[in-house]
Design a binder for this molecule. Sequence first.
Ligand SMILES: Cc1ncc(COP(=O)(O)O)c(C=O)c1O
Length: 461
Amino acid sequence: MHPISYPKNQRANIISKSVPGDKSISLRKSEDKMIAPGLQGFALMAGIVVDSALGSTVTDVDGNTYLDIIGGIGVGGIGHSHPKYIEALKVQLEKVAIGSFTSTARIELLQQLNEHRLHQNLNRIQFYSSGAEAVESAIRLAKNYTKKWELVSFWGGFHGKTQGALALMGSDFKNTYGPFSPGTHILPYANCYRCPFKMSYENKKCGLYCIEWARKQLKMELSSGGEGVAAFIIEPMQGTAGNVIPPIEFMVEVANLAKEFEALLIVDEMITGFGRTGLYWGSMHSQIKPDIITIGKQFAGGFPLSAIISSDEITAARPWSNPSGSSSSYGGNPLAMAAANAALKIINEEKLVENSNRVGKYFLDKIKDYPSRFPFIGEVRGQGLFLSIEMVSDKKNRTPLSKEKCNLIFDQFLKRGLLTMSYTGSFRIQPAMTIDTATVDNIVAIMDEVFESLRNELCCQ
Ligand SMILES: Cc1ncc(COP(=O)(O)O)c(C=O)c1O
């Protein structure tokens, strides 16, 4: 029997005359008077006010139920409101929620994480609240350990919005926030659908030219006075850049490059961790051995929790390892520990990593003919429940579909009860790992209907 305890074959159900409905519109108006601008784009665009959620569905205050393939952008691994998760948090709240003393909840979590060590040396864990905070800590640790300060990151990379993490960001989002710390080098990532060198990886024709270029570029930049690289930081598959899946050899070569430059390798597993890509860790696909990993997102089932994991030797570096050197106000608090304990138990007991792999393949299989069916779809790809659809205005040049057309698609999905990230050309899909194939069928039926209905409007040439 399938171990997942969620309702299966979940469906959308739109009952209000328009979407968003009247109650949502009115509540949003009152919020808009007070909340600062800059909320997540899809929440602003949807305009709904969420009342409750279960598994892969979200219900708004007007009684509309949506299928959710945003999943809190990788936070919702165990789905919404899992009963075992709710119970675990209630129990912990009644005991203790504040403080960073040792708790049985923390010991239990350390033991659980220990059972899923990416490799033998990754045995020391420190907890934080947000992904960016964990990334900042990883950078501090790498600098302390190597006594160097230069850093390497990658085009398209996203590691958070704090000042140190912004410096590593591989997009123009960071414009206006500089100057950043000197000695940051941003190298091309193997986003093969949009190869920075306009080459083709097919049959390894390009010979991973991006790595060759990176090596040369780095040597040239470092020779201008740098003392050397403290760390490379990379996502094993890039989330924000559009659920980009590089060739396995690329990650292997990045790991080699880090060694060549005597730098630590930090792998940011924030999005790819805990089964999202069909294996427990994203690094497992290429079997690389990072020196530090950063984790978060679906780690604690929705409760804000992140961490870094490294070795005895590296985490002994000072002053990071001094008392209060690597701590934070909320780091390792008992409520967060209980939330993660529950989430990780659910992932194990309900075999969600296997489910992510199996249902992810099913999902990809259902949409794999989109590029041949629709003139505005250039590629579909996926690894586990980490999928992407490239929506383009021009298949030859792979020009992303215009913002206006993407918004139209987003609205049509919304009206039919599907919450998506289709508001940009690289349409990212990451549903709850509890999802079943019947629910995927219901999602794909809406996707088929919307893409068919907009065929003429989206068609370009
Ligand atoms: C790979 C990666 N690292 C770090 C972060 C930052 O996490 P947070 O938003 O919790 O600070 C994100 C957020 O999307 C991410 O995708």
